[in-house]
Write a new protein. Sequence first.
Length: 496
Amino acid sequence: MTQESTLRTRHAILRCLPAGAALAAVVTLVGCVSVSDPSQSGRVPVPPSQSRPAELATPPAPPPPPPPVIPERLLAPGATLTLAEIVDIALQNNPATRASYFQARVAAAQLGSKKSSYYPSVALTASANRADLATQNQDGVPVTSYGPAVELDWLLLDLGGRSADAEDARQALLAADWSHNATIQDVILAVQRTFVQYLNAKAQLDAARISVRQGQATLDAATTRHDAGVATIAEVLQARTALSQSQLDEATVAGQVLVLRGSLATAMGLSANTPYDVGTLPVDVPLDTPTEAVERLIAVANARRPDLLAARAGVDRATAHIDAVRSDGLPTLGLSASANRSYYEVGDVDFRNNWSARLLLSFPLFTGWASSFNIQKAKEELGVAQAQATSLEQQVVLQVWTSHTALTTAAQLVRTSRDLLASAEQSERVALGRYREGVGTIIDLLAAQSALANARAQEIQARSTWFAALAQLARDTGAAAETLQKAAVTIEKREP
């Protein structure tokens, strides 16, 4: 049978087999081809290599992160933390602040590295040499020489290159420092937002429990009237339905309280199940505390916003970089000196002291227009930095304007919501009294209680929004103004 007929037979067998059997047959046939006669295939068979497991090096385990900072009083049963303590814990444990801190340290080290070019570099070397000292009239004599040497290199003059590099690094350090401050403010704002949300959820839970108690009182009143034969079973069922709805709302808010409690612990860099607690949402909101005009706050933000100051440092850095690049095409003057002692092993060991010094003036004449393009590149980078700083300035103005408006609006919402709550409380008391006396209906009472629950929740939300807006305005301003600091003291008060 020829090789062609053999292949046709194999193909016919594969078509008649199912998928699994065909796969096994392919493996078998391939195996048959691999051990066929070398003279027919034209290839020399390669013996199979011995299988051995690959040995992969296990990478070293990364160093463990530093343990979180947990104050001792936090571990005490019933511990209550203030906002200042929570912020302090978060700043110590948050990895973002550590990263920005180390970046600032890197920039400081880079500045020191750039300033080192003002000093000479000194190197101590040692050498050993064996040579054949052959002359025209004398056979070679192998000579061994060895000895230490000191070499000095010092850039004496570079027409502004080193100072520009140092200024570039100094502005980079300033930008890193301001960026670190901006990171701290962002972390503080995130903690404050979560803190206020947690206080809001706790207050909403207390309000939901009040609604449950009022619903239970309504159900008791409806049951009493039904037992006295002056109310229908429908009124009892309606009161029981409203009570069940209030209990459902209470359970929902209770779950949100636990979630936000874990979120606040995570914002502090602690485990979500860490035992701790905070106070309650302040009832007295200092709405009468005057805040600066928005123009004054914008001026403060332009002078103190750390991210804006970092962007301006980036502009100064780009300006210094132009001078550094321009200095690459200017002449430099350097000093090079060396001193060494060489020992020779020719009969008796002898030595010789050598020294040399030279001044080197270097003036690049032609660099393929690289200097021109590098200067042009540095100028364009300066334009980018300036545009970014201008854009950020506009964003800062918008942020301060928006947060100031939000704080003013929040103050008005607190006043309006308090008026609404007072009206709803009075309406609920009247409706409950009328229903107990048999004058009002259950529908009027349930509607009044629903309106009261909504008004109570809106008043709590308005207070929470005011504190959140205060924190946002302080961050957008870059440094809380004096009146903002006085207003923020309210939320720092401990519970008696």
